[in-house]
Write a protein that binds this ligand. Structure first.
Ligand SMILES: [Zn+2]
Ligand SMILES: [Zn+2]
Length: 149
């Protein structure tokens, strides 16, 4: 019997060792951190962690980094690109040069950007907007606190 895939003790080649751990769940890469006993989730799904830099398999126990959104939801919910508002796309939110701007779909304006490339989304429902959009630099309504007098 030839053991082609004999698991060898893997060692991180990074300096310092194990700078960051990642695991894969449902096809998503999730951040992990070393933990003495692991977590029920990592054991239940028989997850294995690896070095995010050199991909060495982490030999110890680990947990999914606290605060990571559960990957189940990501897997079941494909990225929402359909606005559920009526009318659609009432306002788009987009971040340009570190600043949030409002805008609307279309190409008829002074500042037109590619919504998909800039990560634009519906200000109301959060759906991702993938078309061309016009940025309205004068609309600062999102920056004003509605409760302020
Ligand atoms: Zn490494
Ligand atoms: Zn919407």
């Amino acid at each position: 019997m030839i053991k082609l895939f004999k698991t060898k003790k893997s060692a991180c080649r990074c300096q310092p060792q194990w700078p960051a751990l990642v695991s894969e769940m449902n096809g998503y890469v999730v951040p992990c951190q070393p933990s003495e006993h692991g977590s029920p989730m990592t054991k239940l799904f028989e997850l294995s962690a690896r070095c995010a830099e050199c991909s060495a398999t982490y030999p110890g126990n680990f947990i999914i980094e606290p605060g990571t959104p559960p990957p189940f939801e990501w897997a079941h919910e494909p990225e929402n690109t359909v606005c559920s508002c009526e009318p659609r796309w009432p306002k788009l939110m987009v971040k340009l040069r570190g600043q949030w701007y409002l805008g609307y779909p279309g190409t008829d304006g002074q500042l037109v950007v590619d919504g998909a490339a800039e990560g634009a989304f519906c200000d109301t429902c959060g759906a991702r907007f993938l078309g061309d959009m016009v940025v309205d630099p004068d609309d600062r309504s999102h920056l004003e606190d509605p409760h302020e007098t």
